[in-house]
Design a binder for this molecule. Structure first.
Ligand code: FES
Length: 179
């Protein structure tokens, strides 16, 4: 039983939510079982349910669809849109194409690493931000560019990073206070 005052980070809540999420993955598997080409859509939707594809989910899908685990793992590691690590609510992608790189893109990236305390490919402990890099976002004239989910920031200066991060942290803090 979950205590009223228990914090969302405690083990009982984690287990409860994991079980709930796994039962949704089971429903998904049942929907697709026996269909050709089921693996990729099940992995995509499984990732949407969990936020990423931990081993426990890959095993469940492997057993549920009757596909060997090494094949499931092979697909997960082949496609870059699948992740085996938890990802932040906001994915920050820094353009490292040539135009952005020569116009201070590297300094922007260094500032993000410094302020977030993570390296490329890593996620902050509060699961708010994941830092990643990309190759040419197709708007070189506006370099340097970063994207935060679907938001685009162009002609960016490293000194503007703090304010941008704050604008994503703020709604989070307001939601915490409103609880
Ligand atoms: S190099 Fe960054 S948008 Fe083209």
């Amino acid at each position: 039983m979950v205590e009223k005052n228990c914090k969302s980070s405690c083990k009982c809540c984690e287990n409860e939510s994991q079980e709930t999420l796994l039962s949704r993955v089971d429903e998904l598997i049942n929907e697709y079982r026996g269909q050709k080409g089921a693996l990729i859509p099940v992995l995509q939707q499984g990732q949407a349910i969990f936020g990423y594809l931990p081993e426990i989910v890959q095993k469940r899908i492997s057993e549920g669809l009757g596909i060997p685990l090494h094949k499931v793992y092979g697909v997960v590691t082949f496609y870059s849109f699948f992740s085996q690590e938890p990802r932040g609510k906001y994915l920050i992608r820094v353009c490292m194409g040539t135009a952005c790189y020569v116009r201070n893109g590297k300094k922007v990236l260094d500032e993000l690493k410094e302020q977030l305390g993570v390296d490329v490919g890593e996620t902050t402990d509060d699961l708010l931000f994941t830092l990643d890099v990309g190759r040419c976002f197709g708007a070189c004239g506006l370099a340097p560019i970063i994207m935060v989910n679907d938001d685009v920031y162009q002609r960016l200066k490293p000194s503007e990073i703090g304010k941008i991060l704050e604008s994503y942290r703020k709604p989070q803090v307001e939601a915490e206070v409103a609880k």
